[in-house]
Design a protein around this ligand. Structure first.
Ligand SMILES: CC(C)(COP(=O)(O)OP(=O)(O)OC[C@H]1O[C@@H](n2cnc3c(N)ncnc32)[C@H](O)[C@@H]1OP(=O)(O)O)[C@@H](O)C(=O)NCCC(=O)NCCS
Length: 142
């Protein structure tokens, strides 16, 4: 996929490409959902999830994490494009690639968002009130 100035956008699940410093920096410093998450806990989630690094050429510009059994269920979380690279179409291109990944083609997708409903709607996600009545949550212990 070609990005700005013809530089290629790559989406890879190669764990060697995860820029841990940038992931920690964004999640703890900028995200609205993971600010209080400890570094060791974040690093643990990188090991236990299917993670995608989003690269512009060689530069790490974004990240997504999928909690999945690769058959029934894919939970998209910790998805971000670094602020200086947002609104250039990279998030859309990256997510399109991720949801087309062979390993993730069978299960249903779920995600939580406070603000980006419209962004996800364009990629086929819906707010399904009928389904929502079946969802139950048990919140994390304090
Ligand atoms: C959400 C995010 C991943 C989208 O990636 P991106 O590369 O910026 O998105 P794209 O350039 O492909 O698409 C941009 C479109 O999505 C919309 N959009 C992006 N983020 C949005 C948000 N938080 N709320 C509403 N709309 C949003 C933009 O308004 C834009 O719409 P337009 O084309 O009509 O101008 C990225 O903006 C981001 O990391 N945001 C902060 C973190 C976040 O909110 N992550 C999602 C948590 S569920």
């Amino acid at each position: 996929v070609s990005g700005a100035q013809g530089v290629e956008l790559t989406v890879t699940s190669d764990v060697g490409r995860i820029d841990r410093e940038k992931v920690l920096g964004y999640l703890q410093g900028e995200s609205y959902w993971a600010r209080g998450r400890r570094s060791e806990d974040i690093l643990r989630t990188l090991e236990t999830s299917l993670c995608f690094s989003i690269l512009l050429g060689d530069e790490f510009v974004g990240f997504a994490r999928v909690i999945t059994d690769q058959v029934t269920f894919n939970y998209l979380c910790d998805f971000f494009i670094l602020p200086e690279h947002q609104n250039k179409g990279f998030g859309t291109q990256a997510l399109r690639t991720i949801i087309s990944d062979d390993r993730l083609s069978r299960g249903m997708w779920i995600l939580f968002t406070k603000t980006a409903h419209e962004f996800y709607r364009r990629l086929g996600f819906v707010q399904d009130d009928g389904f929502f009545t079946r969802v139950m949550v048990k919140h994390r212990p304090e």
